[in-house]
Each structure stands twice: as C-alpha cells, then as structure tokens.
Write a protein that binds this ligand. Structure first.
Ligand SMILES: Cc1cc2nc3c(=O)[nH]c(=O)nc-3n(C[C@H](O)[C@H](O)[C@H](O)COP(=O)(O)OP(=O)(O)OC[C@H]3O[C@@H](n4cnc5c(N)ncnc54)[C@H](O)[C@@H]3O)c2cc1C
Length: 468
C-alpha cells in the first residue's frame, strides 16, 4: 500500500504531524505500536480509576487570541478552537528549596508580576539583574547559535550576582525539559523560562485524555488514518532515500516520506544505521512517578499550590542518581489546584523524581515491587517536607518507573526528554526521513505539538513544494 507520508508514533508530535498532512490532502497513516495513543502523555486505568502519565501542566498558557505565541500558533495551524481545550489556569506554583531548617519558596503564577514580586521580596538586591535577564532571554526559534553554545548557569550569572537565585531559577526549566544533567543551553533555558513563567501553566479540564480526544477527532475529521497496535519494525531505504516501512507483522507500506517520533537513536536502529556513539546518545534522565488518590482535596489539607518544584538542599541533583531514585528533588502536582470549573471528587497528588533506568531493569517481579515501594516511601517523605504527607489520606496509589516508560514509549533508557543530541531541523542521514518530537529538540506537550507541525510544514508543505 502506498502513502504520501507515514508517521511513526501517535504521541503529541505524531498526531500534530498527521493532522497537518491530512489537512493538506496527503494520504497519511499514523502508526502506533501500543493500544493507547499519547506516548509519554497518555492515560491508563487501575482499580477502576483513571490515571494520567505525562501531563502535570500544559505550559505556554496564554489567554485566548494572544498573538505571536506558540499556543495560538498551534491552534491556528491545527484548526482547533481555543475553547476546545477547556484550559483551567494554575492557581499558583512555586520552586521550594530547603536550606538547613528553612524552606525558601519562589512563587509564581500566570501573572508574571507575582514572580517579580517574589524575587523582590527574597532577593531585593537582584531586581534589576533579574529584569535585565528576562529582557535578554533568547526567543523560541533556536536561531541564535551562540545561545545554543553557552550554558544557562553561566549566562544567568552574568545578570544575577546571588548564586542562590541562579540555582532557584534553574530548577523548573530543568525539570520541565532538560535532556542534559545539571545545566542546559541558554537557548533551551530561554524557551522553557518563557513557556513556564512569561506565559504560564494550565490544565485541560478533561486532562490529557480530553486533549488527546480533541487531536484524534481533528485528525479523523481531516481524513487521516490511524493504526493502533501497529509497530514499525524497520524503515526501508536504498541509496540514501526512504522507500517505506516494514511493520511488526512483516507487511510493508510504501512511502517516500517518513516522520519519526521514536527518537534519534531508536530511529537509527529502525534504519539499521546504528552508530558507535549511540550509547552515549541515549538520554540519562528518567523518572519514577507516584500518583496518590486521596480521601480529601489537597486544598482542604492546607496545600493549595498547583505545582511545587522542590530540592532538599543545594546544589540541585538534576542528574541520573547512582541508584534507583533520587527522592530529594522533583516535581509535585495536585491537579485539583487549578482554577477548574469542575473540581474532582477525589484528591490527587502526583510526585515525580529522577531515577536510574539501569537499576530497574532485569529485576524479578517481587524485587521490582519491593524497590518501587521503597522508592515511593522515600519520595513521599519529600512530599511531607514541601507540601503535606499524603499517606494518611491515601485511598489508592500507583507508581511507574523508567522501565514502564521505556516499555510503553520505546524510548531507550526511559529517557523522557530524549537524547542530549538533537536534530533541530529534523534532518537525518536519509532523504525523506525526518525526526519530529522530543529529539527534534522541542519537548513537553506544546513543544512536541509545534515540532510535528513545524517539520511537516518545512518538509512537505512549503509554498514552493517538493522535498528538501
Ligand atoms: C512523568 C512525565 C511527566 C511529564 N510532565 C509533563 C508536563 O507536565 N508538561 C508537559 O508539557 N510535558 C510533560 N512531559 C513530557 C511530554 O509528555 C513529552 O515531552 C511529549 O509527550 C513527547 O511527545 P513526542 O511526540 O515527542 O513523543 P512520545 O510521546 O514518546 O511519542 C512517541 C510514540 O511513538 C511510538 N513508537 C515508538 N517507536 C515506535 C515504532 N517503532 N512503531 C510504532 N510506534 C512507535 C511510541 O509508542 C509513542 O507512542 C512529561 C513526561 C513524563 C513521562
């Protein structure tokens, strides 16, 4: 069977790419190995309850109609009305660091003045430097080669003298998108700081499932084809050009355009073009996440922050830990702490901490379960410090590890932000094969949607037409 384009993966980037191609009347199929769509951003059921993976917050929140920003561009390109997302803005979030017996909390919301006020209260001598830093942030286009080459910590230090404020400002951007440990480029910092702080955070009322339904409906209305439980075993090519894909069941689809959201190293493997440096290109950052279903809403337990990025002590340990999990830093979210019009019946706390993939693989089931229990208990000790202890209120809890992430997304090492090596223009060694999503270099829900749109636009929908 012949297609104009084949998209590998029904995650955010794959669905966005599929919609754009279908809108342009291309004969397109999105192939997904699993039985559920969404990839890193998906959902599942346990004990009669629905759980989500991925979405703590949709970054880049802006009010309807805000011009020239990623969310507006995505909705316009995908022809989705703003109202369809039913976005509930955050109440307010914080970066919290325990230093000795004190917890320092940098607070922010979707009103940037709140962050400015918090910086002024905690670091009065840094107000001018902070404003200069914000004014100097690189834009969304990664066009500044210098900003890609220099580290964010170094650049922040040129504006801000107090190293404590530099450390605080790094925490949320690192957790929300850095494929590298400890630091990121100034360009990546600019994108993430804008997405989290200058724009803001929200949650679709229907959670990730609601957002995915909007995308799937759009794709199907445009006439796109989606095949679930349909993995790609290999990408066929000859003389540097793509010919098609072979599926897990051995059948073949012909095409000369493949868009892969499988990841850089994973896509090379599909092409049979492994490289000696592939191991070094596998991302090191993965996570354990626990979701606690509570008998009360967190707000009634005295916790009303939407998201808390936390670190018990400094420097921040945003790195692959030496063993199973690093419980002393992470992200804690309470989905009921959005300004929602339909508050949930049950409370929920989600807690995510860095983890070491290699520790979790190869364990026997009983050992795996015991280690998971141990990791979760250590993580919940941190929740007690930075928010509240959910354990006395927990009706049910479930956790997943880097092993789960790898199993359900195919990303080697369970690397949530993919490889440290990115292909910013989506190009690969093969004509007709483009990377989209995480390893094209845009992360998060909004970033990967943009990636799918942007790479399809530049590859197949340029006004001049024709392949690159
Ligand atoms: C715990 C956690 C918390 C997160 N929190 C947030 C958050 O709060 N806000 C935010 O914006 N982002 C968050 N993210 C990140 C966000 O989920 C990802 O950046 C984004 O979803 C990645 O989308 P993608 O399209 O690049 O890739 P993926 O979602 O990985 O999609 C790739 C898809 O391709 C499929 N696939 C792979 N290989 C094959 C093959 N050979 N054949 C067929 N199919 C294949 C996979 O099964 C998968 O469905 C979080 C992620 C995790 C795991």
């Amino acid at each position: 069977m012949r297609y104009d384009a084949v998209v590998i993966g029904a995650g955010m980037s794959g669905l966005a790419a599929g919609i754009r191609l279908a809108q342009a009347q291309k004969r397109v199929v999105v192939l997904e190995r699993h039985s559920l769509w969404g990839g890193l951003n998906s959902f599942y059921k346990r004990a009669g309850r629905r759980f989500e993976t991925g979405l703590h917050a949709l970054t880049n929140y802006v009010p309807r109609g805000t011009p020239g920003v990623p969310l507006t561009r995505i909705l316009r390109q995908l022809r989705i009305p703003y109202e369809a997302l039913r976005l509930a803005p955050q109440k307010g979030s914080q970066t919290a660091v325990r230093l000795g017996s004190e917890i320092l909390r940098l607070e922010y919301s979707n009103d940037f003045a709140r962050m400015q006020g918090s910086v002024a209260r905690l670091f009065p001598a840094e107000v001018v430097g902070f404003e200069r830093m914000v004014a100097a942030l690189p834009g969304y286009d990664y066009a500044d080669a210098q900003a890609l080459a220099v580290g964010a910590r170094q650049r922040l230090g040129e504006f801000i003298r107090d190293p404590l404020l530099v450390q605080l400002l790094m925490i949320a951007p690192l957790f929300y998108g850095s494929p590298t440990e400890h630091d990121m480029s100034w360009a990546e910092f600019g994108v993430l700081f804008r997405s989290i702080h200058l724009e803001g955070m929200a949650r679709p009322e229907g959670g990730i499932r609601g957002l995915l339904e909007v995308l799937l409906e759009r794709y199907s209305k445009e006439g796109g084809e989606l095949r679930m439980r349909c993995g790609v075993r290999s990408i066929r090519h000859e003389r540097g050009r793509v010919l098609g894909v072979q599926l897990d069941d051995g059948s073949e689809l012909e095409t000369d355009q493949v868009f892969s959201s499988a990841g850089l190293v994973e896509t090379r493997a599909l092409c049979g073009m492994e490289r000696a440096h592939d191991e070094a290109d596998v991302g090191r950052l993965s996570f354990v996440e626990v979701c606690c279903v509570l008998d009360s809403l967190p707000e009634t337990l005295g916790h009303d922050a939407t998201i808390v990025f936390f670190s018990d002590g400094l420097p921040l340990r945003y790195q692959q830990p030496p063993d199973f999990v690093e419980p002393r830093c992470g992200v804690l979210t309470c989905p009921s702490n959005y300004l929602t019009t339909s508050p949930p019946q049950e409370g929920l706390m989600r807690l995510t901490c860095p983890a070491r993939h290699a520790s979790w693989v190869g364990l026997e089931p009983h050992e795996y379960a015991a280690q998971k229990e141990r990791a979760v208990e250590a993580m919940l000790d941190s929740a007690r410090i930075f928010a509240f202890d959910p354990r006395p209120h927990t009706l049910y809890r479930d956790a997943f590890t880097p092993r789960t992430i790898e199993h359900f997304t195919g990303h080697r090492g369970g690397a949530v932000y993919g490889s440290p090596r990115k292909s910013r223009d989506g190009r690969t060694e093969l004509e007709g094969l483009s990377l989209i999503g995480t390893d094209q270099g845009l992360v998060g829900v909004v970033g990967t949607l943009l990636s799918g749109i942007g790479i399809v636009n530049q590859t197949m929908l340029r006004p001049t037409g024709g392949p690159r």
